[in-house]
Design a protein around this ligand. Sequence first.
Ligand code: MD3
Ligand code: FE
Length: 212
Amino acid sequence: MTLDLFEPPAREALSEAAWLLRGFALPHVDALLAAIADVARAAPFRQMQTPGGFTMSVALTNCGALGWTTDRRGYRYASADPQTGQPWPPMPAVFTRLARDAAKAAGFPGFAPDACLVNRYAPGARLSLHQDRDERDYGAPIVSVSLGMDATFLWGGHARGDRALRVPLVHGDVVVWGGADRLRYHGVLPLKDRPHALLGAQRLNLTLRKAG
Ligand code: MD3
Ligand code: FE
């Protein structure tokens, strides 16, 4: 029998339907990075324009049947990459499996994502407080996978002005959000310039969703 007195908890509650699974992605890092490189070869990372005319500090790409995009006309999910007119690259099997297993561990069995947004942060990049409301059905959870540099995640309330909790996210962490917490405001503070041993001066974040 293993002595498990010092095992970290398998899951940590951020609130009633949001779960932090520390290190859940660590066994899959090599496969995830190889799959992200494949996706980025077919659909390169790019900084998109917001409807308000700003350029996002985060660069992004997508895979799966649907991909999240933004331009002067608004935010939406689309089946084709606006830069190439081609369908987004297929969802790698390691993404689908990790998302399903993490959702199950957080109490959402049967999660089958059809969209994966891949965000890439350089030092200084940030994501201001927002809600994710471009998906068709808020009944499905969202699974988020953090790789590379540390980040401080902002976990707010149901109104933009609600006080936000600061949650440190590190390489390999997975968070699952659903139910009553699905429409909470959230964001990411500007990243510090503290290169990661494996990934260097970048943070990658996967968000796996049922968008359509
Ligand atoms: C809480 N990305 O792409 S993932 C996003 O680290 C986004 O790149 C962040 O927010 C990142 O939209 C954070 C965590 C996340 C994703 C979806 C949520 C938190 C959420 C939906 C509802 C509540
Ligand atoms: Fe978001």
